[in-house]
Write a protein that binds this ligand. Structure first.
Ligand code: G3P
Ligand code: MG
Length: 251
C-alpha cells in the first residue's frame, strides 16, 4: 500500500453519495450495487458502532427515518440491527434490505476493485472510540490491498481515533462551515484532504488548502452548474447523489 499524498492520489473524481444518492435506500448494499451499475467506482458511506462495537452503516443517529427500528442505532447490538428492514421506507422494490456492516461493504468494494470513502459518523459521545474501531476494522479488511479507503469525518476526535489505530489510512476533515482553526486542525490530524460543503470553495480557499498540501473535495453536488464551478476551480473530488445525471467517465 503506497502512502496517499497529494502527488499520489488514486481516487476518482466522482463519488456516489451513500451508494446511489436517493435512487436506492441509502447505505444499503443494494444502493452501492446500483451506483456501480451507473458506472461509479467510488462510494461514500456513513459508519458508526453497534452497541457491541461493530461498525455498521447508518447516516442518522436514530433508526426511524431509514429503517423499521426505533431509537438510537448505536444502542442495539449487531444481531438486532441485522433484523431490521432498511429498504421499505424507500420503496417496495427494496423491502427487506439489510442494514450492512462496514465489513460487508468492504468485501463488495475489494472484490470489485471499487474505492470507498468511509465517513466516520459517530453516535454522539462516541467520537474517539468510533474512530479507533473503524480504523482497526478497515486496517484489517484492507490489509494487503493496493489502495486503502479514505476516512472522513466532521468530528476531529473521530479522525484522531482513526489516526491512533490506522495511521496509514488517509484522513480528510469534513467541513460544513469554515470554523476557526479548521485548517490547522486538519493539518494537526495529518489529513490529506478537506471535504467541504461545495458552496464554501472559492479560488482563495482552494489555493490555501492546496498550498497546505491537501486535496480538495466537495459534498453533496447535485446540479450541473455547481459541478462545473468546482471543476473550473481545480478541485479534486465530487460527492453526488445524482448518479443518474453525472457520468463518472467525465474527467
Ligand atoms: O461525506 C459527505 C457527506 O455525506 C457529509 O454529509 O450528512 O450527507 O453525511 P452527510
Ligand atoms: Mg455522509
Amino acid at each position: 500500500m503506497n502512502a496517499i499524498t497529494t502527488s499520489h492520489w488514486p481516487y476518482p473524481r466522482w463519488i456516489a453519495h451513500r451508494g446511489a444518492g436517493k435512487l436506492a435506500p441509502e447505505n444499503t448494499l443494494a444502493a452501492f450495487r446500483l451506483g456501480a451499475q451507473h458506472g461509479y467506482r467510488m462510494f461514500e458511506c456513513d459508519a458508526k458502532l453497534s452497541a457491541d462495537g461493530v461498525p455498521f452503516l447508518l447516516h442518522d443517529a436514530t433508526l426511524e427515518r431509514t429503517t423499521n427500528g426505533r431509537g438510537t442505532g448505536g444502542d442495539l447490538p449487531l444481531g438486532a440491527l441485522a433484523q431490521l428492514d432498511a429498504g421499505s421506507w424507500h420503496s417496495r422494490a427494496y423491502a427487506g434490505e439489510a442494514v450492512p456492516t462496514l465489513e460487508a461493504l468492504a468485501r463488495f468494494c475489494i472484490a470489485n476493485g471499487y474505492f470507498l470513502n468511509i465517513e466516520i459518523k459517530p453516535t454522539p459521545g462516541q467520537e474517539e472510540t468510533t474512530g479507533r474501531v473503524v480504523g482497526e476494522t478497515a486496517a484489517r479488511l484492507w490489509q494487503g490491498q493496493a489502495v486503502p479507503p479514505l476516512f472522513s469525518s466532521f468530528k476531529p476526535d473521530a479522525l484522531a481515533g482513526a489516526q491512533a489505530t490506522a495511521a496509514h489510512i488517509p484522513r480528510a476533515l469534513l467541513l460544513d462551515t469554515l470554523w476557526d482553526g479548521c485548517l490547522d486542525t486538519a493539518r494537526r490530524l495529518g489529513c490529506v484532504a478537506i471535504v467541504c460543503n461545495h458552496a464554501l470553495w472559492d479560488a482563495a480557499l482552494v489555493a490555501q488548502v492546496k498550498g497546505m498540501g491537501m486535496r480538495t473535495l466537495s459534498y453533496t453536488v447535485n446540479d450541473d452548474w455547481a459541478a462545473q464551478r468546482l471543476i473550473a476551480l481545480g478541485t479534486d473530488g465530487i460527492i453526488t447523489d445524482r448518479v443518474d445525471l453525472f457520468s463518472p467517465a467525465t474527467p
